[in-house]
Design a protein around this ligand. Structure first.
Ligand code: GLU
Length: 446
């Protein structure tokens, strides 16, 4: 049996009930065989085995009182996966589907994503099975305060720097930060995605979506294509989807769908700037559902319980959640003429879907490369906080663009070097892995 199969068998035996983690782990290690062959010392020093086991996992109870006076109990967690390159860095996800498997898959991907940004950040992830949907601001605040009352002792600006993810936006980061400051008596860059008036970086809210489209621009450029005049299908309607749509419009593309967990809206005329502003207000201010779009925009249709992949497009940007494109969805996309898929969400494509992209030779930007702009800009926020400084919007945006262009180049170069020309999936894994593995080798058996 090959080295990577052998290792995968061991982690399967250790954590048989963690399907998402096993999926994320296999996606990476299956592409690393040639790297290990070229670097046999990595095998002796068990680099793969070590990288697959988190440095530390913290699980804790989060009790809080709801508006009726009933006490609720959720589970909180933080997986501090790898600190070879810097303090643990990665978001917090608040969603009822959160399990240790989900947080481990996200934390594992984060290691390589963060390495690709070229910034000094390790990988971590955390969250809770708490569902902010339908909760009052007071309930969300009490939950966040209880969550941070345990988490604060495990994090710090040079230790572990959480941020947002699904269910954790500006409001939650504010409540979490307030409680951290109160308990630690430190005003420091311990969280990113902070408010613009109190340590947050300009462009951080836009960064994942903008960065995704900068990555798409590079990916298409390498094939002599461009976004201008192309039709884009986007899933999700949160922060990533909104700003991806905005940047697609800036580059002259058309966006025809957006979605949430109840279904998708299809606007064949295109979601223009004014319609996108309406969506931003609906989601960010009124906290409404995407189906409301069709009442306001009669040319559009709502498709209950469906995902948007059957709508013909040239570019697909999954920006909702994991495993949202399966084998059939991928086949439909490719058969309808889609030639580029770039992932704003983490692991939105199933392994079978990825096989379809690869067989169809379409441009495929895996999440750990294509959506790295969010965490890269978080690292720029950390830099500004450490310098007690605040950069102009243009400076942050230019730096984000440079980082995304550089990530694309690194992935393309690594793919070519290992005989997989044009395969950014393999390239992202290898380029990210080599940075982390080399740092681990330098730092001894820890
Ligand atoms: N949750 C985002 C991600 O998946 C951002 C993490 C961060 O900014 O630390 O990369």
């Amino acid at each position: 049996m090959s080295h990577v199969h052998d290792i995968f068998d061991k982690i399967k035996q250790r954590d048989p009930a963690q399907p998402e983690f096993l999926q994320a782990a296999w996606e990476v290690i299956e592409t690393l065989e040639p790297v290990i062959e070229r670097n046999p010392h990595m095998r002796e020093l068990a680099v793969l085995e070590r990288i697959l086991e988190p440095e530390r996992m913290i699980l804790f109870r989060v009790p809080w009182m709801d508006d009726t006076g009933q006490v609720q109990v959720n589970r909180g967690m933080r997986v501090q996966f790898n600190s070879a390159l810097g303090p643990y860095k990665g978001g917090l996800r608040f969603h009822p589907s959160v399990t240790l498997s989900i947080i481990k898959f996200l934390g594992f991907e984060q290691i390589f994503k963060n390495a690709l940004t070229g910034r000094p950040i390790g990988g971590g992830k955390g969250g809770s099975d708490f569902d902010p949907k339908g909760k009052s601001d007071g309930e969300v605040m009490r939950f966040c305060q209880s969550f941070m009352t345990e988490l604060f002792r495990h994090i710090g600006a040079n230790v572990d720097v959480p941020a947002g993810d699904i269910g954790v936006g500006g409001r939650e980061i504010g409540f979490l930060y307030g409680q951290y400051k109160r308990l630690s008596r430190q005003w420091e860059g311990v969280l990113t995605g902070k408010g613009q008036g109190w340590g947050g970086s300009l462009i951080r809210p836009e960064a994942t979506g903008y960065g995704l489209v900068y990555f798409v621009r590079e990916m298409l450029k390498a094939r002599g294509e461009a976004i201008d005049g192309r039709t884009t299908v986007i899933s999700g309607s949160g922060n990533v989807a909104q700003y991806a749509a905005e940047k697609i419009l800036d580059y002259g593309g058309t966006v025809v769908t957006m979605s949430d967990s109840s279904g998708f809206i299809h606007d064949p005329e295109g979601i223009d700037r004014a319609k996108l502003d309406w969506i931003m207000d609906l989601k960010n201010v009124r906290r409404g559902r995407i189906r409301e779009y069709v009442k306001e925009h009669p040319g559009a249709t709502f498709h209950e319980g469906k995902r948007p992949w059957s709508v013909p497009c040239e570019i697909a940007l999954p920006c909702a959640t994991q495993n949202e494109i399966d084998l059939e969805d991928a086949e439909t996309l490719v058969n309808n003429g889609c030639f580029a898929v770039a992932e704003g969400a983490n692991m939105p494509s199933t392994p079978r879907a990825i096989e379809v992209y690869e067989a169809g030779r379409i441009a495929y930007g895996p999440g750990k490369a294509a959506n790295a702009g969010g965490v890269a800009t978080s690292a720029l926020e950390m830099t500004q906080n450490a310098q007690f400084d605040r950069w102009e919007r243009e400076r942050v945006d230019a730096e984000l663009d440079r980082i995304m262009t550089e990530i694309h180049a690194q992935c393309a170069d690594a793919a070519a070097e290992f005989g997989h020309e044009g395969d950014l999936f393999v390239g992202a894994n290898i380029a990210g892995f080599l940075k982390v593995a080399n740092a681990m080798l330098d730092q001894g058996v820890v």
